[in-house]
Every structure is written in structure tokens, then in C-alpha cells.
Design a binder for this molecule. Structure first.
Ligand code: ADP
Length: 488
């Protein structure tokens, strides 16, 4: 019973075959990748033509020469002509093999034309062999020559089937001289072969074209495989990149938590310590230092509030919940407010800050709170990182592409080039000796970038180690120029 069951299984698998084959993409008629691959397959067979054709004909001639009592008396020059015809075709094939190996997609049509011409030459070369070696009325000779021609046709169908035009040219260029030779011959053998030839040619045509179909199926499977490998490689690269990003995010989060605990603990300890002293009246009733301690508590509380506001703002921006209200802001007035806030902190380190608004610029279209936050964050960084006695320049000018460009440039330690790209990610610090000395949470620039994007603009930093830092923010909404206002 095992045999019929196995046989049934085999039939079932065969029945499923068309479905499997239909999963392989069918080549489009003009798909350059397929054309290129078919031509390559064909070109790879040319070395066989180069060596085998003249050698095969020379061996055939030797056989005819030694068997001339049976195969008929052939003159030497006809044999030389037969081998010569093949040598010419072989030299052309050798040149083509050297010229065509780098078939590019755009050169496909040109290469195909070249190969058709070459195949016609080879086919007529074989025609020359048939005519040169043919002995009229000698059945043994005629059989020998026809067998050689059929072998050549068969080899041609096998090696040239990948490209239809080349295959058809080869078939025609060999069949025509053979037919004419048979039709114009008088012997019985020639007439028998002439009667069989159409059937044989039809069989060759069918075999060649179905072999071409198999070549296409094979190429389709190969390309599907290659495409899959490429997609797998891309997916693998993406997965590796995602893992690296996740690892970096994890490290950043850990660093942020460590940083935050420091940033939260310091003011909280101050608040608890000073409030305990005041609460327990540890320095006596109405000690004049109590108001000073209350001031420290207020400063620490304000610092904590700023910190928490920053965290909430970044979270809001990341969740897409932050809303802005861009309006025309008078630049000089907006900068004056910022100047007042920064003056005390800059004074502590003897830093000078210059504020420049280009003469043609009067207003900027921005959300007031966001604009102030952006400049305060950039200026806080500049003040934080610029050493004693340094200089900071704030400049606002009309951008070439429309809108306003605001920059904050300092004479601080600068930022290494490889760290610039990550600065705008939340919780990121460059992690250098200056960061540890200056504190901070790594949220300031993320907030700047988020707010700039809410305006449809962007923020970026240009810096190199030891040469200061310039932070830029681009506000794309068209500013009002002084001249325009006056004219209006
Ligand atoms: P932080 O609150 O830690 O300053 P930011 O997002 O504002 O967070 O800045 C991220 C990091 O970028 C800082 O920790 C610092 O390493 C670097 N940085 C920002 N501005 C400057 C600057 N003007 N000079 C040098 N380094 C800077």
C-alpha cells in the first residue's frame, strides 16, 4: 500500500507546483535587469565558441581527410576554407567576449545588436563549413556534414536560448545555407534530410524558446533571492541601529537620573536645612540672618520650579501638547527684558554681553514666552560655560531665506564636533569636565529645539573645541522690516 500512497503524494506535490512557480515574480518584457542578466549568460558561453568551433571543424576535416576513400575526395583548400570560416567567427566572438563583459543596464540594446551580428557571422561561418565540406552525391559525406550541422544547431540552441533575437538569428543563419545546400543537391541522402529538416527545425525552435522560458524562471528566482537578501540586510542594519539607539537612550536616562538626583537634592537640602533653622529658631529669636535664609529658601524653590517646568515643557512638546501663539514682538523690548535677567549672572563672572538687532529689523513673529525661554536657555548655557571675563554676543538679523535668525555666540570651551548631533536630544550632556563643574539636566537645548520647531523653524549649534560656541535659532515667519513699516 506504501507505493500508491507515495505516488499519490508525489502527484499532489506536482499539482501544487504551478502555485509555487506563480509565487516567483514573472520578468517584465523590458526589465533592464533581466535583459542584462540574459546577455551575461549568453556572453559567458562565448569562450566555448571561440575554442570549440575551429577545433571541432579541424578534427572533422582530419576525419574526412583520412577517410577520403569513403567520404569523397576533398581538396585541401576547401578544408582550409572551412577551418578559416570558423576562425574568423571565433576571432569575432573572442573580441565580443572581451568587449562586452561589463554590460550596463543602459547599454543593453546596443550589446544585443552586437551579439545578433556576431551570431549571424557564426551561423554563416557554419554555412561556409557545410558548403566547403559537401561532396555532391556522396551519401556518407552528406550524412557526416548534416550531423556536424545538427550538432552545431543543437549547441547553438543550448547556449544562445537566453536571448531570443540572438537564438533566432543563429537558427536562421545556419538553417538557410543548410536548406539551400540540401535543396540544390542531387543525392538521395540530401533529399531525405531536406524532408526531415522542417520537423527538426520546428523542434529546435520549440526547445530553444522553452529553454528561454526556463532561463527567465531561474533569473526570477535568483532576483527574488537577491532582493530578499538586500531587504534582510537593510532590516538587519535597522535593527542594529535601533538597538544602539535604545542602548544610548538607556545610558542617557541613567545619566539623567543621576544628574537629576543631584539637581533636586541640592536645593531641597537647602530648603529643608534653612527652614529647620528658622522653624526651631536655632540662632535665637529674631536673628537678623533669618531673612537671608528665607531668601535662600526662595531661590532654591524658584530653581526647583524652573527645573520642573523644563521637564514638563519637554514632556509636553514630545507629546505634541505644547501650543504657541506667535505674534509680532518688538525685538528691542523683548531683548531688554532678557538683558535685565542675565545681567546679574553675567556680572558674577565679569562677562560682557552685547545685543545687536540688524538695522532693517524691527519685529519678530514669535510666541513671547517661547522666545524668552529660547534666549534664556541659550544665554544661560553661554554664561555657564564661558570662563571669567569672556564675551557673549546676541544677534538678530533677517535670514536670507526669509524669517529671522537669532544667534548667541560665546568665547567658552566649545563642544567636540562628534557630540554636536546629540546635543538637542533631551537629557543629553556632552559629558566633559565643564558639565560636571556646571551642573544642569541636559534639557535646555531640547526645549530650544522643540520650541523652534513649534514655530516651524529649527535650532543648531556650530562649535569646535577651544574656539567658543555659536547657537542659532531660525524663526521662519516673515519679520516686519523697518522700511516696510515706515512706508506702510
Ligand atoms: P544643560 O542643562 O545640561 O546645560 P543643555 O541641553 O542646555 O543642558 O545643554 C546640553 C549640553 O550641551 C550641556 O551639558 C553642555 O555640555 C553642552 N553645551 C550647551 N551649550 C554650550 C556652550 N555654550 N558651550 C559649551 N557647551 C555647551
Amino acid at each position: 500500500m506504501a507505493f500508491p500512497v507515495r505516488t499519490m503524494g508525489a502527484f499532489a506535490r506536482m499539482a501544487a507546483m504551478p502555485d509555487l512557480l506563480s509565487a516567483i515574480p514573472v520578468p517584465k518584457k523590458e526589465d533592464a535587469r533581466y535583459c542584462q542578466a540574459r546577455l551575461r549568460l549568453l556572453i559567458e558561453t562565448l569562450p566555448v565558441t571561440v575554442w570549440f568551433n575551429p577545433a571541432g571543424v579541424a578534427i572533422g576535416c582530419a576525419a574526412l581527410w583520412f577517410g577520403r576513400s569513403d567520404f569523397g575526395d576533398l581538396s585541401l583548400w576547401r578544408m582550409v576554407a572551412a577551418v578559416g570560416a570558423q576562425c574568423v567567427a571565433s576571432i569575432a566572438a573572442a573580441i565580443a567576449f572581451r568587449v562586452y563583459p561589463t554590460v550596463s543596464c543602459d547599454g543593453v540594446a546596443r550589446v544585443r545588436r552586437g551579439l545578433v551580428t556576431l551570431q549571424a557571422l557564426i551561423g554563416f561561418g557554419w554555412g561556409g563549413v557545410i558548403w566547403a565540406l559537401w561532396v555532391e552525391g556522396n551519401a556518407a559525406n552528406n550524412c557526416f556534414v548534416v550531423i556536424v550541422a545538427v550538432m552545431a544547431l543543437w549547441a547553438m540552441a543550448l547556449t544562445r536560448c537566453a536571448v531570443r533575437t540572438v537564438f533566432l538569428t543563429g537558427l536562421a543563419s545556419l538553417a538557410v545555407p543548410l536548406c539551400v545546400r540540401l535543396a540544390t543537391s542531387s543525392g538521395a541522402a540530401a533529399h531525405v534530410f531536406l524532408a526531415i529538416l522542417p520537423i527538426w527545425m520546428a523542434y529546435m525552435l520549440f526547445s530553444g524558446l522553452s529553454a528561454r522560458k526556463r532561463v527567465d524562471d531561474m533569473l526570477a528566482a535568483r532576483f527574488a533571492n537577491e532582493d530578499l537578501s538586500k531587504e534582510l540586510a537593510v532590516a538587519h542594519d535597522e535593527a542594529v541601529q535601533k538597538r544602539e539607539e535604545a542602548e544610548l537612550a538607556n545610558q542617557t536616562k541613567t545619566a539623567f537620573l543621576a544628574n537629576m538626583s543631584h539637581e533636586l537634592r541640592t536645593p531641597l537640602n537647602a530648603i529643608i536645612g534653612f527652614s529647620e533653622i528658622i522653624m526651631s529658631q536655632a540662632l535665637g529669636v529674631n536673628n537678623p540672618r533669618y531673612p537671608e535664609y528665607a531668601g535662600d529658601i526662595h531661590t532654591s524653590g524658584t530653581h526647583l520650579l524652573t527645573l520642573i517646568n523644563e521637564i514638563l515643557d519637554v514632556a509636553k512638546i514630545e507629546a505634541g501638547r505644547m501650543e504657541i501663539d506667535p505674534r509680532p514682538l518688538h525685538l528691542e523690548t523683548a531683548l531688554e527684558g532678557i538683558e535685565r535677567i542675565m545681567a546679574i549672572r553675567a556680572g558674577e563672572k565679569a562677562l560682557t554681553i552685547s545685543y545687536t538687532v540688524s538695522p532693517d529689523l524691527c519685529e519678530i513673529i514669535a510666541d513671547e514666552r517661547a522666545f524668552r525661554q529660547i534666549l534664556l536657555n541659550l544665554l544661560s548655557n553661554a554664561v555657564k560655560f564661558t570662563p571669567q571675563g569672556g564675551h557673549i554676543a546676541v544677534a538678530c538679523k533677517a535670514a536670507d531665506e526669509g524669517g529671522t535668525l537669532v544667534s548667541v555666540t560665546d568665547t567658552g570651551p566649545g563642544i567636540p564636533a562628534e557630540k554636536l548631533a546629540m546635543l538637542f536630544k533631551p537629557f543629553t550632556q556632552v559629558d566633559n569636565r565643564f558639565d560636571h563643574a556646571q551642573g544642569g539636566t541636559g534639557l535646555g537645548l531640547a526645549l530650544v529645539q522643540g520650541l523652534a520647531r513649534l514655530h516651524g523653524g529649527r535650532a543648531w549649534i556650530e562649535s569646535s573645541e577651544g574656539h567658543g560656541t555659536s547657537a542659532f535659532v531660525y524663526f521662519p515667519l516673515a519679520p516686519v522690516k523697518r522700511e516696510l513699516r515706515r512706508v506702510g
